[in-house]
Design a protein around this ligand. Structure first.
Ligand SMILES: C[S@@+](CC[C@H](N)C(=O)[O-])C[C@H]1O[C@@H](n2cnc3c(N)ncnc32)[C@H](O)[C@@H]1O
Length: 487
């Protein structure tokens, strides 16, 4: 702990303890928007592999992959990557190779993550792998496992998974209770690793980053550069403030966010947004984001549940919309969403992409009958249309829907001073599409907005940001050429 305090002290941070939250990190100096608060390499991580999409175990690249000739489970993109992982992989490779082929499908990402955790801890205790203040198993031991709060069924599941780990590793001295507890720690502490386009790459455990507590109005954001986790300030964090990040998708209403935090992290959030739950403004905002709207004649009022709980009353014209009426439309939406999901998975030709778009448009029509035009449920529908329109190279259609999505994100992330990658990336896509369509002036505006947001969340030196800067330069040159002005 002393070693960690001293390492954090050098970075302007300190670990403390709050009765209602447990451990937490406070600043001992000011941090400004875009500044890196802390970065950490994973203690362990695993890529998200699927049958169709394998990744290199070391760098998560998807090209030039070769299977490890020992275990035939793990992939590498180069001998450099293989060598960098060898000390750790050697232990699991030996264990996996002894496993009969028919058992190998049981090595799921959570099982592998825990196996690697124990392999790394063993190698560090043998001093085969060095330790440091921010890289040692004591940090893993200190993570919350919430064993007393989880139910018997979950405990039984972790015990079964610990048995499997023990069976695979065949170590005589393995502590199965500790392994089971580590499965629980993964649930409450491991992070999903994303690339700059927010594509899911894998899972990793970052034991110092995991000390950070949650707020629905966070002052920092966690992003990934390769597999390193980087926490950046998204607002001025004065000396002595707690560093807070978000564990969940912040687009939902207070009730939705609180439900997610209670179910996934077992606490009730009391952040400045959540304490407003039930107040007029919060109810109004929730109804706007997720609630139903009145579609009677020209009325566009918000609907709130009536006191008899048999329907929803329009707050503008007073008309009642029955629960049954709403449920019928919702069930049609659900069945169309399932059809769209299945169709999108197998779509690979002009006609099939068109069919997928038609399904999403049918969903959109029904959603517009129920929700207001800035409702968050429309986002995945529009993203489905954008993705498939791009596959059809229908740039105008993709751009029209991209602009609709931006309007919703702008509203949702205004609480977050708009510094969220989702909004920045939407501006980026919008700017790219405007560029393709020859709308240089609009492209410059959109890409400038993308830069304003993403340089705070992603910094300025990643390959993604360098591409974005040169794309903006290119559009500025085209704009100047069109306008006959100097650039
Ligand atoms: C990733 S850990 C964060 C560090 C943790 N406080 C510790 O002592 O190690 C997540 C857990 O911290 C607690 N936590 C995080 N944010 C909180 C908050 N805003 N209010 C109350 N508890 C919180 C919850 O118990 C949650 O399951």
């Amino acid at each position: 702990m002393e070693e960690l305090q001293s390492a954090l002290g050098n970075r302007g941070l300190t670990v403390s303890n709050l009765p209602e939250k447990g451990r937490c990190i406070f600043t001992t100096e000011d941090f400004y928007p875009g500044e890196v608060i802390i970065s950490q390499e994973p203690y362990v991580c695993v890529p998200k592999n699927s049958i169709a999409d394998h990744k290199c175990d070391a760098c998560f690249e998807s090209s030039n992959l070769k299977k490890c000739s020992g275990c035939k489970i793990v992939y590498y993109c180069s001998s450099t990557c293989q060598k960098s992982e060898w000390k750790l992989h050697r232990l699991e490779c030996e264990a996996f190779s002894k496993l009969p082929i028919e058992f190998r499908h049981q090595i799921t990402p959570p099982i592998r993550l825990t196996i690697r955790l124990h392999c790394r801890s063993k190698l560090q205790s043998q001093k085969t792998i060095p330790t440091s203040a921010m890289d040692n198993y004591d940090l893993v031991k200190a993570l919350v496992a919430h064993m007393s709060k989880i139910d018997d069924e979950q405990r039984w599941l972790y015990a079964q998974m610990a048995n499997l780990v023990s069976l695979i590793l065949q170590w005589p001295d393995i502590n199965k209770k500790e392994v089971a507890e580590n499965f629980s720690k993964m649930v409450f502490n491991a992070h999903t690793i994303y690339d700059s386009g927010l594509k899911h790459l894998g899972k990793g455990l970052y034991p110092v980053i995991s000390i950070m507590n949650h707020s629905c109005l966070p002052n920092s954001i966690l992003v990934f550069e390769g597999r390193s986790a980087v926490l950046r300030a998204v607002q001025h964090i004065p000396k002595g403030a707690e560093v807070l990040t978000s564990y969940i998708d912040l687009v939902g209403s207070t009730v939705t966010r609180q439900k997610a935090l209670k179910e996934q992290y077992l606490f009730t959030c009391t952040c400045p947004r959540c304490i407003k739950v039930g107040q007029y403004d919060d109810i109004h905002e929730s109804a706007f984001l997720e609630g139903y709207r009145c579609t009677h004649n020209e009325c566009d009022g918000l609907l709130l549940c009536n006191s008899d709980d048999n329907g929803f009353i329009c707050q503008q014209c007073g008309r009642l919309k029955s629960k049954k009426e709403i449920q019928e439309v919702e069930s049609k939406i659900k069945s169309l969403q399932e059809k769209a999901r299945i169709a999108a998975e197998s779509a690979s030709s002009y006609i099939t992409y068109q069919e997928v778009i038609a399904l999403y448009k049918a969903i959109e029509t029904l959603q517009r009958q129920l929700f207001n035009p800035c409702c968050i449920y429309l986002i995945p529908t529009w993203e489905g249309i954008i993705e498939n329109s791009m596959k059809l190279e229908d740039w105008s259609e993709a751009l029209a829907y991209c602009r609709l999505t931006i309007a919703v994100y702008q509203r949702v992330y205004r609480n977050f001073q708009s510094f969220h990658p989702s909004l920045g990336l939407q501006y980026y896509t919008c700017g790219k599409l405007e560029g393709v369509l020859g709308e240089a002036e609009n492209a410059v505006k959109s890409l400038t907005k993308a830069v304003d947001i993403l340089q705070i969340t992603y910094g300025t030196s990643t390959p993604f940001m360098k591409d974005l800067f040169s794309m903006l330069e290119e559009q500025r040159e085209i704009e100047a050429l069109i306008n006959g002005t100097d650039y």
